[in-house]
Design a protein around this ligand. Structure first.
Ligand code: FE2
Length: 384
């Protein structure tokens, strides 16, 4: 059996990596950068670090700080207007997944006619872009710096759709994640876990993704709760930054599956943060797929440091992994859906949205409306 693993772009990894941004923009032959970010990235002083590097290399820049969580096509259009007006010839996504996804989508509109909505589809298409895209994460979770997908919300359809673009460079500087608040550390860290675990158990898994996913989960199991308890622990932050990057590399080809479809449904219906939705869905997603994907779930359990005899059934492996993820969630004080005020019925009613999400088609278990309802009920009931 043969399977494809697609390599995307170079990665510069390590503390202080942000200082090479200007030099790398110059090497790409660009003269003016648009930085896409959320306002909080500016107030945290992270834009200053990027602009200092750009100035040192004689690169002009403009900041678009209008990115919001779950960015919409309208935000992409606004960002593109800023970039076009400034004459930007390079886009930098600086922040979490929302900023990086916005930067990717903006790059389309610098050489293709708008609006953004023309290119963002339920089943994503690839759009050729000519403007370099550099991605600089400030969370350890999304992995968006190494994936070609940009996920954009379409409010009038109450949906999250996507587009594929070229990316040119990832700069991963763990020091940029030190200021990440505790709950975002927990949410984004378990998003990274979900990327790795769903890639490994996806219908489209590939050999490289399994190795990358295992390496990511090993680091997350060892370091995520430490990052939550000791935000300034640079060693743990560095391991988590590496883990999120590895998990991003892992899921670029296989994509993710039903756990992320649930997170999208929660996000569209209730604006639940993406990472939190992924975390809440993850234990029962693993329990659902374990009988069909026994060996990868065994690898996940082993990477988590769970004691195994080697004779466990898929069901047992799924339960062990699910329980262990829930332990991590409790250790980081993550609230249950009930504690957040949702009723069981509200969650089960999301089933049609989970079924129609293209990600569900990559799940090794067929996701019918009944399966989705039962899964959502277990997601609600099993974490209290
Ligand atoms: Fe994700």
């Amino acid at each position: 059996m043969y399977r494809q693993y697609s390599q995307q772009a170079p990665i510069i990894f390590g503390c202080g990596a942000i200082t090479v941004l200007g030099e790398k923009v110059r090497e790409l032959g660009c003269k003016k950068v648009m930085i896409a970010c959320e306002p909080g990235i500016e107030t945290a002083g992270i834009v200053d670090k990027a602009s200092k590097s750009l100035k040192a290399s004689g690169i002009d820049y403009v900041v678009f700080n209008g990115v919001k969580p779950d960015p919409t096509d309208e935000i992409v259009d606004k960002g593109a207007q800023v970039a076009l007006y400034a004459g930007a010839d390079c886009v930098v996504g600086l922040g979490g997944g929302s900023s990086m996804d916005t930067a990717k989508a903006v790059s389309i509109l610098l050489t293709n006619p708008g609006p953004a909505r023309k290119y963002i589809q339920a089943k994503p298409i690839y759009v050729d872009t000519k403007v370099p895209v550099i991605l600089v994460p400030t969370t350890a979770g999304t992995g968006s710096e190494v994936t070609r997908v940009a996920i954009i919300s379409i409010p009038e359809l109450n949906a999250k759709w996507s587009v594929f673009v070229n990316i040119n460079l990832a700069i991963v500087d763990p020091e940029l994640t030190i200021s990440l608040p505790k709950q975002e550390t927990a949410n984004t860290g378990l998003d990274a876990f979900a990327h790795a675990a769903e890639a490994m158990t996806c219908k489209n898994w590939n050999h490289h993704s399994n190795i990358l996913g295992e390496a990511a989960i090993r680091r997350i199991a060892k370091n995520l709760v430490t990052c939550y308890n000791e935000p300034d622990n640079l060693e743990a932050r560095t391991e988590m930054a590496l883990a999120a990057n590895l998990a991003g590399l892992a899921f670029n080809d296989p994509i993710t599956h039903v756990g992320h479809a649930i997170a999208d449904a929660l996000s569209c219906a209730f604006h639940t943060p993406h990472g939190l939705g992924c975390a809440l869905a993850l234990p029962e997603t693993m329990a659902l797929v374990a009988p069909a994907m026994q060996e990868p779930v065994r690898v996940i359990a082993s990477a988590m440091g769970l004691h195994l005899t080697g004779n466990e059934s898929g069901e047992v492996l799924g339960k062990l992994v699910a329980d262990s993820i829930r332990d991590m969630m409790h250790a980081m004080n993550m609230k249950s859906l009930k504690e957040m005020g949702f009723t069981r019925e509200q969650i089960v009613d999301l089933a049609p949205h989970v079924v129609e999400n293209h990600l569900s088609s990559y799940c090794p278990v067929e996701i019918t409306e009944k399966t989705a309802q039962e899964l959502l009920a277990r997601v609600y009931d099993s974490y209290m």
